[in-house]
Design a protein around this ligand. Structure first.
Ligand code: GN1
Ligand code: MG
Length: 362
């Protein structure tokens, strides 16, 4: 949940237009705290999104904002897609810091759009695939060496596995005991965790400018057309694999249940949704991907789901310090939900492979 904040400081620090009216709190994200501020500008409503950057997660907000301003300028210049328009604070930077050392930033609120947390409409999901495919192809000529790694080794699944083992060694027994089955399952997956990292090392998979957090709720859909028009939550844009983006979208959006569903019987991979997303994504990104990348698309959904299960469980063992939790035991529920999905994807890999091959050969 989002905590109270110093409104006076924020109003003093940014060049907002109009007279302040009120604010609303958004509870979608697991990391930053987000609010929408509303102003009266000559009788019209003008809104801004305000965010407190989580500096436990993002250790260098200054570098992160340099990444984001560079990327958004690049997208704006190309003109094929809407992007976020960050506003400067009165110190001339795209963020400001309060007396407690918190980092704040703000961008113009985009109207006429909606976000989804779950989806059952294959057409809308297909358009989200197109949006992420287009995002990647727009950034394919962005100078990758200028990007900072905002979270080092973010999707290095093997390092995530090692971190999990370390947390296991230091965690108190009462945190480990109820998760015995999940712990043993994940311990048996060491080899899978090293697979993509190994291919990067061998030069078999290229690094690209990727989003790295392609949850469905990080896309804005147009109210009128249902097209995915803007990609948000750009904090983790950095060098990565196209597979991270594809896999994470499937993990979240093609799940028949919520990411933190308690009843694991409701959780499965919807093959229709998988097909729809793959069609949308490949229609935009196919030409810029290698054969190897395309052949690993189904596997990427499996590995991203496994990785997030590892991350939720590691956070549980560490005492719930990374992800925001809404109730005690939230990370246990999330871990079990991700593992249920992961096992279902593993079973469906041959069918998923058939689907992507058919799209490519069509
Ligand atoms: C976090 O902030 P949000 O909710 O978009 C996390 C992602 C996870 C996701 C799981 C920087 O994303 O990696 O996949 O939660 N972001 C970071 O819901 O760790
Ligand atoms: Mg988000």
């Amino acid at each position: 949940m989002n905590e109270p904040f110093n409104l006076d400081f924020v109003l003093k620090s940014f060049d907002f237009k109009g007279k302040y009216r009120d604010f609303d709190t958004k509870n979608d994200g697991n990391i930053n705290s987000t609010y929408v501020l509303s102003f009266d500008e000559g009788g019209c409503e003008k809104k801004y999104t305000l965010q407190k950057i989580n500096t436990y997660v993002f250790k260098k907000p200054d570098e992160l904002m340099q990444n984001i301003t560079g990327i958004t300028q690049h997208i704006r210049k190309k003109g094929d897609m809407l992007t976020l328009n960050f506003i400067r604070s009165k110190n001339g930077k795209y963020f400001c810091t309060d007396d407690d050392g918190n980092y704040w930033r703000s961008y113009e609120y985009i109207d006429g759009v909606y976000t989804c947390n779950t989806i059952d409409n294959a057409d809308v999901f297909k358009s989200s695939g197109k949006a992420f495919g287009r995002f990647q192809s727009i950034l394919s000529d962005y100078p990758i060496d200028t990007l900072y790694e905002t979270i080092p080794d973010f999707h290095n699944t093997y390092k995530r596995f090692l971190a999990f083992k370390r947390s296991l060694e230091s965690a108190p027994e009462e945190r480990k005991a109820p998760m015995k089955e999940e712990i043993n399952y994940l311990l048996s997956k060491e080899e899978d965790c090293g697979y993509l990292v190994g291919l990067i090392k061998n030069g078999e998979l290229p690094l690209r400018v990727t989003h790295n957090d392609t949850k469905l709720n990080n896309i804005l859909f147009d109210n009128a057309t249902d097209e995915g028009v803007c990609i948000i939550d750009l904090d983790t844009v950095m060098p990565g694999l196209s597979l991270y983006d594809f896999g994470d979208s499937i993990r979240f959006g093609a799940n028949t249940a919520a990411e933190d569903e308690r009843d694991t019987r409701k959780i499965s991979l919807d093959l229709e949704l998988f097909k729809a997303y793959s069609e949308g994504y490949l229609s935009e990104a196919k030409d810029s991907l290698t054969e190897r990348e395309i052949s690993l698309l189904p596997f990427s959904a499996y590995i991203m789901t496994l990785e997030l299960a590892l991350r939720f469980l590691t956070d549980l063992l560490d005492g719930d310090i990374y992800f925001k939790t809404n109730y005690p035991g939230h990370n246990a529920v999330r871990t079990r939900a991700q593992l249920a999905l992961c096992k279902d994807i593993e079973k469906k890999l041959p069918e998923m492979q058939g689907i992507t091959e058919a799209i490519i050969n069509a």
